[in-house]
Design a protein around this ligand. Structure first.
Ligand SMILES: [Fe+2]
Length: 506
């Protein structure tokens, strides 16, 4: 799930990987800092990231995540906080204290060298020890105790951070550039996304409110259906982004053949054409596993959709509303995305194709941090950070476009890719094996780009998410791709360049 990290589940045991981390730090945490030395064409932005004050960046990220955590847990009753709204999810009060426990482990004890505050809680809030469906039976802290606990941990964290040496060249990799503080800010932000998914699964009246995203820009209706991404090598992954997680490392060259990619994610209107054409009842569009799953689970439409006469409506954070035609489709599993693509005569992009479309700058040969360049995401670039509680209309955010002309690669909806979750060449687990390493393999499909529920601190052009192909409660949609045909004779990279609508702000 968005936050992949931890606690594998199965179709029988419907846990979703948890936001990260639940291991006691070990000596292996302390190793050489990763550097970009010798890696060609890495984003200049990582260097920019290194120049800002890592401690100030860490404090701001931790505080932003906590504001969101507080809102997500204060907006429901105490009864709702301790309830389990779905066997796929933890009670919200578990997420809250787990956030505090991980912060105590990594920032207070490991980074700060301080004694434990509540070491007795370690086993209760270890995501690996207890699957989500079993967590309500644990001796959890109650709402008031959990709030007091996370506040105490945070007070000590900020003292540790104020005294910490977070220089980029710190000999301990965990501290270099404030990595461990950034890792915990990402961990909390990932749980904020998980808790948002719990809110979406919760029944009852709406408790979360946010303004709708801006309407689509004037040119949205005239965008080309697809953009051409030129062939050739590009730099995938990163070796210099200070807070990149182990599975994003190291930067390495990947050869990608030219391909066509949807300019925008597949919309609800397009997806309804697939439904209306009988897509859910025709096995020719599905993989054998997907077809079995569609039948076993009785899938007929995206999760949270239902019929209202001839129209589709959806339930969104407690409100039932018409399905907006021009919004990217949301809450579809990998099997549905894959089947739609086959029905449309196309395919899902590979993870490498997605990242090349999002990061490669043909003008310089470099890979950017984001589609629009190296600047951190702003509200003009992407729909991130739970600013809005739904995707923006397809074609939004022209200032966030990639050089290829593709829009909304970052934000709005996670995008399923064709790829299994695999390590990059030269991968090394850090700071512990259970962060990513134990999830590599054919069981998980990679998602890219982040969704409206993802905080900018946990979203980059290199960021990798993964989940089971049956998962639908996550904020996932997709876009499709196709090979360049021989008759299209795209020629050189220079020739292919202008195919897109390059609207990206530098
Ligand atoms: Fe976690």
């Amino acid at each position: 799930m968005t936050d992949p990290r931890t606690t594998p589940g199965t179709a029988e045991n419907p846990t979703t990987p948890d936001p990260a981390v639940t291991l006691v730090p070990s000596a292996s945490s302390v190793t050489e800092p990763a550097t970009g030395a010798g890696v060609p064409n890495e984003a200049a932005g990582a260097a920019a990231g290194r120049q800002e004050d890592p401690a100030a960046r860490a404090r701001a990220a931790l505080e932003a995540a906590r504001r969101r955590t507080t809102l997500l847990t204060d907006s429901v009753t105490e009864e709702d906080l301790v309830a389990q709204h779905s066997p796929l999810m933890s009670p919200l009060v578990w997420d809250l204290a787990h956030i505090g426990n991980q912060e105590e482990l990594w920032l207070v004890r490991e980074a700060g060298g301080r004694p434990g505050i509540r070491p007795d809680l370690d086993s209760v809030y270890d995501a690996f020890q207890t699957p989500r469906k079993d967590r309500p039976a644990l001796p959890l802290l109650g709402p008031a105790e959990a709030r007091a606990y996370v506040a105490e941990v945070r007070a000590q964290t900020l003292e540790v951070l104020a005294a910490a040496d977070t220089s980029p060249d710190h000999p301990e990799r965990l501290l270099a550039g404030g990595f461990v503080f950034g890792m915990l800010a990402q961990h909390e932000a990932q749980h904020d996304e998980t808790m948002l998914a719990t809110h979406q699964l919760r029944r009852g009246p709406a408790v979360l409110h946010a303004p709708a995203p801006p309407p689509a820009p004037a040119d949205a209706a005239s965008l080309p259906a697809e953009v051409l991404v030129p062939g050739g090598p590009f730099t995938m992954g990163t070796s210099s982004e200070p807070w990149a997680l182990d599975n994003e490392l190291p930067a390495h060259q990947v050869e990608v053949a030219p391909f066509w990619l949807d300019t925008v994610p597949v919309t609800n209107a397009r997806y309804q054409e697939f439904i209306a054409a009988g897509g859910y009842s025709d096995p020719q569009w599905w993989t054998p596993e997907g077809w079995r799953h569609v039948q076993d689970a009785g899938l007929q439409a995206p999760l949270f959709w239902s019929r209202d006469g001839d129209a589709w409506v959806r339930r969104r954070f407690g409100t039932v509303e018409p399905v907006p035609a021009d919004e990217p489709v949301l809450h579809v599993c990998w099997y549905e995305a894959d089947a739609y693509a086959r029905w449309a005569g196309r395919r899902l992009p590979t993870e490498a194709e997605w990242e090349k479309a999002a990061r490669h700058d043909p003008a310089t040969g470099r890979s950017r941090r984001y589609p629009w360049g190296d600047a951190d995401p702003g509200p003009e670039h992407a729909n991130l950070g739970q600013r809005h509680l739904q995707p923006a209309p397809a074609g939004s955010y022209p200032a966030g476009a990639a050089p290829s002309g593709a829009r909304q690669l970052i934000g709005d909806v996670w995008e399923w890719t064709a790829s299994d979750f695999s390590p990059y060449p030269g991968f090394a687990a850090f700071p512990y094996k259970e962060y990513s390493d134990v999830f590599f393999g054919p069981d998980y499909k990679v998602l890219r780009g982040g969704a409206f529920g993802v905080d900018p601190v946990a979203c980059r052009g290199t960021f990798r998410n993964w989940d089971y192909p049956i998962r639908r409660q996550i904020f996932a949609g997709f876009r499709t791709a196709r090979d360049v045909t021989a008759s299209e004779n795209t020629g050189s990279a220079e020739h292919t360049e202008g195919a897109g609508n390059a609207g990206g702000a530098a």
